[in-house]
Design a protein around this ligand. Sequence first.
Ligand code: NAD
Length: 474
Amino acid sequence: MRNQVKHFINGEWIESTGSETIDVVNPATEEVMGKISSGTNEDLNKAVAAAKAVLPTFSNSTKEERIQWLHNIVEGYKKRKDEFIEVMTDELGAPLSVSEEVHYNMGLGHFSHAAEALESFSFSENRGGHTVLKETIGVSGLITPWNFPTNQTSTKIASAIAAGSPVVLKPASKTPFAAMMLAEIIDEAGVPKGAFNLVNGTGSEIGDGISSHRDIDFVSFTGSGSVGEKIMQNAAQTIKKVALELGGKSPLIVLDDANVEEAAKSAVSHMMTNTGQVCSAATRILVPTSMKTQFEEAVQKVLPSFPVGDPRKEGIATGPLVSEDQWDTVQSYIEKGEKEATLLVGGTGKPEGLEKGYFAKPTVFTDVSNDMVIAQEEIFGPVTTILTYDSLDQALEIANDTIYGLAGYVIGKNPEKFRDVASRIKAGRITVNDTATDFHGPFGGYKQSGIGREWGDFGIEEYLEVKSVHGMPS
Ligand code: NAD
């Protein structure tokens, strides 16, 4: 049982000014695995004051110092690999292999890639008639979701350090412990006191407090669209810059020359990885009408190679959903899907033998049309939808008929068609044939999937203001 009820403020773990706590539940066992403090506005004010106090020196730190801090964090992070894996398996329910290969690696990648991006990053550019200076934006507030406990926190923290912006982080209260480990690592890395602060608590208290705080200059938020909207409204009161990484309902276009088995494997991997709790997962699978039956058969064949079960057990590919609430939400979408489409596999309820824990049945719907609720709304569970198309133009029309624009995927052989798809899907990231993600590339969404970009040099830019200086001798 982890009893971690302190906040990290100004380089120290300090008691909360309030006495309320939040239980953290292991989703595989439904048991309380620990407690964190439900922070107060007073706690938040202390953290913001610490960040504000260090701003003049931290924002003037040299590029070399920042690179060194990032390298130190990488070293500290690596030393705690086993603990990270255990913690994320317990708090999120990710299988040990997923905690290692996806979560641990992504968190690590952001720190090392930010250091690399910083090497070649220029904070001053002479453009003939004027000079452009890129200066730290000020104090940043970071609010993160539960589905990627190290990825979401690390990308924001790494970019902020690279830009010299002191931060106050509020991690998701469902998965706070990996973020608290990061606080310890950052402290040991020699990052100045006050440059990194962590306050635990609820979204309605600490999250809301961050987005409306007068002394926070920028809010970087990752989470749901509904909360993103509230954050924009709050930030408007002080004309604060916001970056929003929100939801998605991404299309995967299977071209008519694709290998059906490979395409089915890709579709199933999207729905099963992290139990489908991935903002950029492809959840609308568009297949040529002529390939439909073959594709459905291939999906059914591939599904057993992603076994669901106890995330601590060897060989398990998919764990439980993160919480009872999330389980209920996914069930209600499956019920809706059963009414509007054809259930190919799965359905409501828990998989046999997995009655304890928030496990859901991997569920595939077919005969789906794009106006159905299950094709339009983000389900965030091991659920996918199969739609058909008769021409690439029609596939692209369906792909773009969504409020979201986070990602798009294409599987097939014809490079001309890849180019067509990549240029015509309105989304922030397109992936051809499951190519591995390059962390130096920007990540973020079009339309209601968000505002701004994270990762690499684009991520650093978010934490900077631009100043043009005219008449300065070069
Ligand atoms: P959420 O919006 O419920 O919560 C995200 C964070 O916001 C949490 O820390 C929460 O405590 C806080 N919060 C809640 N209410 C708040 C308020 N009124 N003011 C300020 N902060 C508040 O999202 P979630 O359920 O934790 O995460 C799932 C969502 O996140 C999905 O929609 C998913 O698509 C999205 N997501 C997006 C990305 C991306 O990069 N685009 C990545 C991961 C997750």
